[in-house]
Write a protein that binds this ligand. Structure first.
Ligand code: F6P
Length: 534
């Protein structure tokens, strides 16, 4: 079954509500579970024949073999000649994993143990700054060296009992200035997180932080740590070996929160909670490796994604966690999905004949309801929505808040599916006392087309284990979508050109070189900046 053949199964007139009417068991049949996490995709237009066609795609693409190759450490990142083994970072008791004939697990577990010791010593005060135990930790990193830990730190706030955490990513001096202003340079630990240790934003911020610390009486030789796969560069920066946590090139930046990049999270919540996060990821790995496709949550999430983007052509999808502590999850998924599957060239060098991955965006509910849901309900574009919500919150004294949150989440997916017809809108206007032309005019604005698809992921509570499950679920979803599209989800050549041009523009915006050779627009913008600078 090809993607094109699936298009023949698309039917704009197929009403989701009719599918429920025709099958009393639909909610069960079009759901899948991983542990106690439940994924409901019944509020989509997917019926049995569509699902069969989508599953056939997995067979045609040899998904099982590709999946096993990834877990086995084969070099499936072909354009960079690398294995893809972020799963090894959470393989706590899963046995050996070979890369180039060598088991990488002893080193992974050794680094993890070093992280645990370091994190607990920072938390307990045995590792301290010039002015005493650390009150604050600043993580300097960007992209995958920032978004994962930021997201997880917010998500695990109820478990946060270590020093305060701050994240600096942007090269905009405002970011580091606003962060450091509040901190004591003698009691702050700075973690420089960069896989390559060359990223201009991170290295610029790291140097600024080092100067701030030295000038403020702190001791960078004790108060800096590094997380990187370029150990020679961390040494050249002057970070003591005992404070350096390395990882291999087979961990992609956007897949790296499970290892040393997660160090700030471990310092915040402790090594036991971090272990639980790893175990959640590992549980999802086991599920992904063993469940039949139709029962396999990452696979079904991916197939729903393929159905909406590549078959029906919806250009974006909204990730809508009804969980305030997942406020940075949409941004994290943005990198995970868009940097992985935003490609137009297949692994074999040919051009993709179907659309690449969609635009991924979102905000927590209920906030989004009062901002952009208008367009989701009544705009001209269909935006498939991915809701997620916990059965219970962390605040036993505020259960009424959580019930309202849950009710709102469920109400949105129901409203998207159900819609409101013109006749129903007319009845409401009539009940409000409107008549004739005015009733007709007002009623049209109150029509909801409905039949808009959504999925819901529901879990018991946002614990470290559940967070691990969620993150690994989406990683595998991205992997499956990439395999079905025939692309390499693990490189990111599309970020290079901008970096190169920024380097060449550096001396021009410094006023040291002329803008000759640049296009007229760029030259005029540089001229404006130079003219309006003090
Ligand atoms: O520019 C993109 C990117 O390479 C991401 O893939 C990566 O997560 C980020 O930059 C940061 O890279 P590094 O960890 O090497 O500083």
């Amino acid at each position: 079954m090809q993607l094109d053949a699936l298009k023949a199964l698309a039917d704009a007139d197929r009403r989701i509500l009719d599918l429920f009417e025709a099958d009393a068991n639909r909610a069960v049949e079009f759901s899948a579970s991983a542990g106690d996490m439940h994924f409901d995709y019944s509020k989509t237009q997917i019926d049995e024949s569509v699902r069969a066609g989508l599953i056939q795609l997995c067979e045609d693409a040899g998904l099982a073999a590709r999946r096993d190759a990834m877990f086995a450490g084969e070099k499936i990142n072909e354009t960079e000649g690398r294995a893809v083994l972020h799963t090894a970072l959470r393989n706590l008791d899963g046995g050996p994993v070979d890369v180039d004939g060598r088991d990488v697990m002893p080193e992974v577990l050794d680094t993890l143990q070093r992280m645990r010791v370091f994190a607990e010593e920072v938390r307990g005060g045995a590792i301290a700054g010039a002015g005493g135990s650390f009150t604050d930790v600043v993580n300097i990193g960007i992209g995958g060296s920032d978004l994962g830990p930021v997201m997880a730190t917010h998500a695990l706030a109820p478990y946060h009992d270590g020093p305060r955490l701050h994240y600096v990513s942007n090269v905009d001096g405002a970011h580091i200035a606003d962060t450091l202003r509040q901190l004591d340079p003698t009691r702050t630990l700075v973690i420089v997180a960069s896989k390559t240790f060359t990223t201009i934003e991170t290295m610029t911020n790291a140097r600024t932080a080092r100067a701030w610390m030295s000038e403020g009486g702190g001791d960078p030789s004790r108060q800096f740590a590094a997380v990187s796969s370029a150990l020679d560069k961390t040494q050249a920066f002057g970070i003591p070996e005992a404070h350096v946590f390395g990882f291999a090139d087979w961990v992609g930046g956007r897949y790296s929160v499970w290892g040393p990049v997660g160090l700030p999270v471990m310092i915040a919540v402790g090594s036991n909670a971090f272990d639980a996060f790893l175990r959640g990821g590992q549980a999802m790995d086991l599920h992904f490796r063993s469940a039949d496709w139709a029962e396999n949550v990452p696979v079904m999430l991916a197939l729903v994604g393929i159905w909406h983007r590549q078959v029906l052509g919806h250009a974006s999808r909204a990730v809508l966690p009804y969980d305030q502590r997942l406020l940075r999850l949409p941004a994290y998924f943005q990198q995970l999905e868009m940097e992985s599957n935003g490609k137009s060239v297949a692994m074999d060098g040919s051009s993709l004949t179907v659309p690449s991955g969609p635009v991924v965006w979102g905000e927590p509910g209920t906030n989004g309801q009062h901002a952009f849901y208008q367009l989701i309900h009544q705009g001209t574009d269909v935006i498939p929505c991915e809701f997620m919500v916990a059965a219970e919150g962390h605040e036993p004294e505020l259960t009424h808040h959580h019930r309202l949150l849950l009710a709102n989440c469920l109400a949105q997916s129901e409203a998207l599916m159900r819609g409101r017809s013109l006749d129903e809108a007319r009845d409401r206007m009539a009940a409000n006392g409107l008549t004739s032309a005015e009733l007709e005019r007002q009623a049209r604005h109150r029509v909801f087309p409905g039949n808009r698809p959504s999925t819901t992921l529901i879990y018991p509570k946002l614990t470290p284990f559940v967070l691990g499950q969620i993150v690994a679920l989406y990683e595998h979803r991205v992997f499956v979508e990439g395999v079905l599209l025939g692309i390499n989800s693990f490189d990111q050549w599309g970020v290079e050109l901008g970096k190169e041009l920024a380097t060449s523009l550096g001396p021009i915006v410094d006023g040291e070189e002329s803008a000759q050779g640049k296009d007229a627009s760029t030259a005029a913008l540089v001229a404006y900046a130079l003219k309006h600078r003090d």
